[in-house]
Design a protein around this ligand. Structure first.
Ligand code: PXG
Length: 469
């Protein structure tokens, strides 16, 4: 066995060979990866990352919807160092606790807005979004058992939702490619269609009418399953991994009416949308609905260290705590002191720099104006923003909105042009999406828009040369 740490720095090719030999990546075709070699990301600063060949890339995806406070934050490294030197780990199982976990829980409870009769005084910790959604399934079922309605087992979600990659997370998610591997979804999880107006709106139908119709699919499903059997509805405020699908304004109020009518729990999966992304600490505030459980992860630490969890609303918490006895669920790293210390330092930065407010009042509206401009591009069918995330659809014919055939992978062509010109933008089918760090200046946004426009022009040129448009 070679001791790699004592070797001189590795060349890109050496890293790629070792990567190929030993590292199984998430969601990756390794045969394909081996023929190209992985891009090796080696360092970062602000809104940029660099690869091992010295290429500088503007990271318009914040890592993977994580680095809301930007790269290179010494305060976060210092918080981790200090906590590791004081107490690097202790569990919170056997009637013990630790100070950062307690402080963070209290801080999150204070940040989560109260809506109507619902407040969030309690936090359950995990290390990721997937684990948090597994915990949601456990909590929801336990809640209904304790509430004397154990037959309420079914959780309704949506096609093209993303709720993680564990058995429960992937089942709650609505990605058919994930369900196709491993006998998913697990029982008692069912899906309705997503509120994607560009794709599912009828000719002549307004976005507002579509929003009501899309929410109505929830009521239809509840009645199909049997209202007394439905435990919860889970949804992302806007769908992130599904391609930044922004529901019409009528959608969430109607969803709220329906879950209230049938008394079912509402889970807001805010793994992407919380911590400033949509201009608020939590996204349910933006859309004005009242969740019972809120999933978080990613930007709670700006991705500097893994941490996730569930904000448990008083309706569920009171039953679990007052009637529950022992809840037989939890993780070694629930309330990890170092992760919680980093989260506290990250929230300090977000508060001091008023990142959610910046998104709401300044850079969010500025990005929206820029995207109005990009919507004019001949290749763009629709371009939309929400807070500091955005998506656009590549179309073959702007006037008729004709789409490209899926096997052309136009999104991947566009993504290649982005990367080749120093921009990280994500392709989801024929949707191109961004979720940049919330620290961007107007000049940074201008530079990002220049690169997006360049990639669109180059994509258009390539498709024209190939006779595809
Ligand atoms: N819920 C939501 C809404 C997410 O976006 C998860 C849960 C799962 O979180 P963990 O920490 O277990 O990964 C996510 C994760 C993409 C992409 O391609 C998005 C996610 C993960 C990986 C890829 O956009 N979101």
């Amino acid at each position: 066995m070679t001791n790699l740490t004592s070797l001189p720095p590795l060349s890109t090719q050496q890293v790629q060979a070792l990567d190929s030999a030993h590292f199984i990546h998430p969601f990756t075709d390794h045969g394909d990866l081996a023929t190209r070699g992985a891009r090796v990301i080696v360092r970062s600063e602000g809104i940029y990352v660099w690869d091992s060949e010295g290429e500088k890339l503007l990271d318009a995806m914040s890592g993977l919807w994580c680095v809301n406070a930007g790269y290179g934050r010494k305060a976060l490294a210092q918080a981790a160092y200090d906590q590791m030197m004081t107490l690097p780990f202790y569990n919170s199982f056997f009637q013990t606790t630790n100070v950062p976990a307690v402080k963070l829980a209290a801080r999150l409870a204070a940040l989560a807005p109260k809506v109507g009769d619902r407040s969030f005084e309690h936090v359950f910790y995990s290390s990721s979004g997937s684990e948090s959604n597994d915990s949601n399934v456990r909590m929801v079922r336990r809640y209904w058992d304790l509430a004397g309605q154990p037959q309420r087992k079914v959780i309704i979600s949506r096609h093209n939702a993303y709720h993680g990659s564990t058995m429960a997370g992937a089942s709650l998610g609505g990605m058919s490619s994930m369900h196709a591997q491993g006998d998913l979804p697990i029982p008692n999880i069912t899906h309705i269609e997503q509120p994607y107006f560009f794709e599912n709106g009828l000719p002549g139908e307004s976005a507002e009418e579509f929003g009501l119709r899309a929410a109505g699919w929830l009521e239809e499903k509840i009645l199909l399953v049997g209202a007394d059997k439905v435990a919860a509805f889970i949804a992302e405020p806007i769908q992130g991994a599904g391609g930044v699908i922004i529901p019409p304004t009528t959608y969430w109020p109607e969803i709220q009416r329906i879950v209230d009518k049938y008394g079912i729990l509402l889970i807001s999966d805010e793994v992407i949308c919380a911590f400033g992304r949509l201009g608020h600490w939590f996204a349910y505030e933006k859309f004005g609905y009242k969740p019972d459980l809120v999933t978080f992860a990613k930007a709670v630490t700006s991705g500097y260290i893994p941490l996730g969890g569930v904000m448990v609303g008083n309706r569920v918490a009171q039953v679990l705590i007052d009637k529950g006895g022992e809840f037989n669920h939890g993780y070694t790293y629930s309330g990890h002191p170092v992760a919680c210390a980093v989260a506290l330092a990250n929230l300090d930065i977000m508060e001091q720099e008023q990142l959610p407010q910046r998104v709401r009042d300044d850079i969010g509206p500025y990005l929206a104006r820029c995207f109005e401009g990009i919507a004019e591009h001949p290749l763009v069918g629709v371009a939309e923003t929400c807070g500091f995330t955005a998506g656009l659809v590549l179309v073959r014919n702007k006037r008729t909105r004709e789409r490209f055939a899926a096997d052309l992978s136009v999104g991947m062509i566009c993504r290649r042009h982005c990367f080749q010109n120093g921009l990280i933008m994500r392709a989801v089918g024929d949707r191109m999406i961004i979720a940049p760090p919330l620290t961007m200046t107007h000049a940074d946004i201008d530079e990002m828009m220049r690169l997006i426009r360049l990639a669109l022009d180059l994509t258009q040129q390539e498709l024209t040369q190939k006779g595809l448009i």
